[in-house]
Design a protein around this ligand. Structure first.
Ligand code: MN
Length: 679
């Protein structure tokens, strides 16, 4: 096989193919991988070529084929994504980058089912474009086809297991049945060679999979259905070896008790037609006793619906029919993806409810392209998956490619403590996707994080206690400070408190009346102000609680500047919702609080010292608006040094908690150096 095979195959379904561009992509890959060999000894370029060949069977577009040619270039050659972008454009370089990223999804031998589940999700999550997944699946399929040449047995087994547990289910989920079943059978052969041989032999000896018998059966049933005026589609699909083996294993049936070696499916328009079609099947072939199952009236636990019947078919061959509507078929075949595919194709086929995806399997690829269009109209399957499944978790990578699962909003400090408490305690800075950034930088899914350590880092910062998202990091930081001398903790506590006071526009801790002070100290379970400081330094006492005890919210926020603030409805909707909930729940205390909140706004002036950059103002504005904070005015003030900018932002907040939220959120915006409320 050479490039002309691909060109020829692609031209058949891509009339506008830019042949020159496609060929130049292949030539480039060949040059880039020059001198590299596959483990079977052939030149490396045979691999991208074979990957592209697999993809032409799914009728993918030109960019996807080019991506297949280039998918190993950035990782394995001296050429970079930049080079690819220069030559083939941004779209291709994004696809290649996506495939490269997916390659980092790491599987380990002894992974628990839960971890495998999260890897599968990660797989979907990191692909911005379904074409990326498609290329990755084709890449893996070719690697599986050539797996026997890999010299190390352990590695062969790992790759086969990974394919079976991650890649095949993903292919199945996307309804790419050809890849799923070939991949499964290849894995089956590597992982359980004896069972594979036995199953294969049984199937070969069985007449049930005889092509001629299948063909005759389909024809006969089609004629009968037409005679009875039932519009239906009949299709036969051979069960792959691994599925047969799994069925024997899970049901304890022997091979001869399995009747759906070939699944004969009759797909009709509605439930009524299902039952009529069942009647037609029974009139055409004699049903086997007690083998009719009505999963339409009584669906399986997983929601599966169909009518099943086993009959004595052509030449007395025992044959199983599955009768279902298009919706049921989609649900059964595509699972989670069904809703997307169904919605996407509904109502488009001349008022006919038959989604075009069933016309032929090649249509699948068009769907993938259709998805790209859907993205532009705002409905994105992958996005929706993300939204449903990943709302509150992020997935990030270690430099070794291990996946770390953290709560949304976690920063590099959380990551460092997740690795090891020593890593956290000695963390100096973080390299996020190669860029050196502060440890408090919030992480996003797909980020690769390297923590740079230094023995002289001076240990964790007490300020981290407020910024970390994981309990683990908080506990470890506290543990660290417990070991410090009380003198150091006292000094540190004082520093932390000072900084916090400054944040709220105060210079010194207010002196409380003696009785009140006693009360407060008792509350924190300490006997002096000094001990209170030490407690803060140790991390046992939260500085914000101290602020709340010493100050009323009026002392910080002043008098409300406007009653009701009803103009900015949207921004305050979250608060309104709380209010409404309080009323619905009939919680008096909550209602009183919410009443106060929703009726008053406090105008507060905050100062932001920052390194200026493109987009910083936007980030600040977004951060504030996402919290429902109204921005009244932004002014620029001059600073002594020319590097930093000083912004004065006047905002409206509902209460002290709301202000705190805003200040806290702004602290972690990139390139913000310092935040404080004007006194
Ligand atoms: Mn590859």
């Amino acid at each position: 096989m050479d490039i002309s095979t691909i060109v020829k195959a692609a031209k058949e379904y891509l009339p506008d193919l830019n042949e020159k561009r496609l060929v130049s992509a292949y030539d480039f890959a060949k040059k880039a991988h020059d001198g590299q060999k596959r483990s079977d000894g052939s030149p490396y370029s045979t691999h991208p070529l074979a990957t592209a060949k697999i993809l032409t069977e799914f009728k993918v577009d030109e960019d996807t084929l080019i991506t297949a040619f280039l998918h190993d270039v950035p990782e394995d050659t001296k050429y970079t994504l930049k080079d690819i972008e220069k030559m083939f454009g941004k779209k291709v370089s994004c696809l290649v980058e996506g495939v490269t990223k997916l390659s980092k999804v790491q599987y380990k031998h002894d992974m628990a089912e839960r971890q495998i589940e999260s890897l599968k999700r990660l797989f979907f999550h990191s692909a911005k474009d379904l074409r990326i997944i498609l290329v990755k699946l084709a890449d893996r399929l070719h690697n599986m086809r050539t797996l026997q040449y890999l010299p190390i047995r352990g590695k062969r087994i790992r790759i086969a297991k990974e394919s079976l547990e991650i890649y095949a289910p993903i292919a199945n989920l996307l309804g790419i049945w050809e890849i799923k079943s070939e991949m499964e059978d290849l894995c089956f052969e590597f992982l359980y060679p004896d069972d594979f041989k036995r199953t294969k032999q049984l199937v070969e000896e069985s007449s049930l999979r005889n092509d001629e018998v299948i063909h005759k059966t389909v024809r006969k049933i089609k004629i009968s259905l037409t005679k009875h005026n039932i519009k239906a589609e009949v299709r036969a699909r051979k069960k792959n070896l691994y599925s047969i083996f799994k069925k024997m294993l899970h049901t304890g049936k022997t091979f001869h008790d399995i009747y759906d070696l070939v699944a004969l499916r009759i797909i009709v328009e509605d439930i009524d037609a299902c039952y009529r079609a069942l009647g037609v099947v029974h009139q055409t072939f004699r049903p086997k006793h007690k083998r009719v199952k009505d999963y339409i009236a009584v669906p399986k636990v997983n929601g599966y619906q169909s009518l099943h019947t086993t009959v004595f078919g052509v030449d007395g061959t025992i044959t199983e029919f599955q009768i279902r509507t298009y919706e049921m078929h989609l649900e059964a075949e595509y699972g989670i993806a069904a809703h997307y595919f169904y919605n996407a194709s509904r109502g488009r086929v001349n008022g006919n409810r038959v989604p075009s995806i069933f016309k032929k399997h090649a249509e699948w690829a068009k769907k993938v392209l259709a998805i790209q269009k859907e993205v532009q109209t705002g409905y994105d399957f992958v996005e929706n998956l993300k939204f449903d499944i990943f709302q509150d978790r992020i997935f990030v990578f270690t430099p070794q490619g291990d996946v770390i699962d953290l709560p949304y909003g976690a920063n590099a400090v959380d990551f460092a403590y997740h690795i090891h408490s020593d890593v956290g305690n000695e963390a100096a800075n973080a390299e996020i996707n190669g860029e050196r950034l502060p440890l408090t930088t919030q992480l996003n899914t797909g980020d690769t994080i390297k923590i740079n350590r230094s023995k002289s880092s001076g240990g964790p910062h007490r300020g981290w206690l407020i910024l970390v998202k994981t309990g683990l990091a908080r506990t470890k930081i506290k543990e660290y400070f417990k070991k410090e001398s009380s003198q150091n903790n006292y000094a540190a506590g004082l520093r932390v408190l000072k900084r916090e006071l400054q944040l709220f526009g105060k210079n010194e801790l207010k002196k409380l009346p003696e009785i009140r002070e006693k009360e407060v100290l008792e509350k924190f379970d300490v006997d002096s102000i000094e001990a209170l400081m030490t407690g803060i330094g140790e991390g046992n006492i939260t500085v914000r609680n101290v602020i709340h005890e010493f100050y009323t919210s009026e002392e910080i926020l002043g008098k409300p500047t406007s009653k009701s603030g009803l103009k900015d409805d949207d921004l305050l909707s979250k608060r309104r919702f709380d209010h409404a909930m309080a009323i619905v729940l009939g919680n008096e205390e909550l209602k009183e609080k919410a009443d106060k909140n929703s009726l008053c706004l406090y105008r507060v002036e905050i100062n932001i010292i920052c390194h200026d950059r493109v987009g910083l103002l936007k980030d600040i504005a977004l951060t504030l608006s996402s919290l429902g904070v109204n921005i009244h005015e932004i002014k620029m003030a001059t600073t002594a040094n020319t590097v930093d900018r000083h912004m004065v932002v006047i905002i409206d907040v509902c209460d002290l908690e709301h202000l705190e939220e805003a200040l806290r959120a702004l602290t972690v915006v990139r390139d913000v150096v310092k935040i404080y409320k004007s006194s």
